[in-house]
Design a protein around this ligand. Structure first.
Ligand code: GUE
Length: 286
């Protein structure tokens, strides 16, 4: 058996089509949604991600507000930019591209984002709202995963889901999303302290791997027909000396799984589509 591939790229394109319609409706009310990005330093990977986000914006008619600071920017300079974006009515939401250079206080920076403009859904207030079940912007990667599974009719209610990884951007909030009444999954959150990881993943209907460990999930660790989601994205240097990105799911898994969300072409494009969705939703709220 070979797994059905769940196409995040095509689904993200579909979502962008839907957003284009919503952006047109906003234009009739005289509103242009605006997404801001704050990039500190010139890491080529981060630059590429930020460029991708602005390309997405152009595709759906969202205005781009780009702020770039040198790698040696001070905490005060970064905070000044956040104060400007918080005050700018044209900016409905923004993100601070992570990771920030080591001399900056990331936690303090993230807490200075106006929670109402938190396009990533990662502000402590918004993560708190997610815990409490209150409305608010949702973290993009977890939301993108749930949206992709929903659009492919993968049943979540009653499903046994194993999430591997407890990070603040994916694993931890994903567990919260999946256990809401509207999703109703039963979630086991595994992590580096988990004993006998395979005993958990083998018992799962759905395995979502967000550990950042290339090839962590192998074919012998899943039950035949399981749905597997690869969230990993680790830069490795190949034998040819060239850098490339690799996922957390071993290539053999496709032979045993029933469905696979691959990397690339899976969670990444969905994450970007959810960022746009958060901004459009915020603009619609006026
Ligand atoms: N504040 C903040 N918010 C983020 O959402 C955020 C961040 N910082 N820092 C870095 C990570 C990484 N990330 C990706 C998003 C999409 C792809 C993506 O679309 N990847 C394509 C491949 C792209 C390519 O090959 O160039 C794919 O998976 O198919 C990848 C990575 C968002 N991040």
């Amino acid at each position: 058996m070979t797994a059905t591939l769940l196409d995040g790229k095509a689904t993200a394109a579909e979502i962008k089509d839907e957003l284009r319609t919503r952006v047109k409706a906003l234009a009739e009310r005289g509103i242009t949604p605006g997404l801001g990005t704050v990039l500190v330093g010139a890491d080529p990977g981060s630059q590429a991600y930020v460029n991708g986000k602005h390309r997405d914006c152009a595709e759906v008619g969202i205005a781009s507000i780009r702020r770039e600071l040198p790698a040696d920017a001070t905490q005060e300079q970064v905070e000044q930019v956040l104060a400007e974006l918080n005050a700018d009515p044209a900016c409905h939401g923004y993100i601070v591209q992570l990771p920030l250079p080591g001399h900056l206080d990331t936690q303090r920076v993230l807490e200075l984002i106006d929670p109402a403009k938190d396009a990533d859904g990662l502000h402590p207030v918004n993560l708190g709202r997610l815990v409490l079940g209150y409305p608010g912007p949702l973290p993009c990667t977890p939301r993108g995963i749930v949206e992709l599974l929903r659009r492919y009719d993968v049943a979540l209610s009653g499903a046994k889901v194993v999430v591997v990884g407890r990070g603040n951007t994916v694993g931890r909030p994903l567990g919260l999303l999946l256990t809401r009444r509207s999703e109703n999954a039963t979630v086991t959150l595994c992590h580096t302290g988990t004993l006998d990881l395979a005993s958990h993943t083998r018992a799962a209907d759905i395995v979502i791997v967000a550990a950042g460990v290339p090839g962590l999930l192998t074919a012998d660790m899943i039950s035949p027909g399981a749905v597997v989601v690869d969230v990993g994205i680790t830069r490795v240097v190949g034998p040819d000396g060239k850098g490339r990105y690799t996922g957390d799911v071993d290539s053999g898994v496709v032979e045993v799984a029933g469905a696979l969300v691959p990397m690339p072409g899976g969670v990444g494009p969905m994450t970007r589509a959810m960022l746009l969705t958060n901004v459009v939703e915020r603009a619609e709220q006026g």
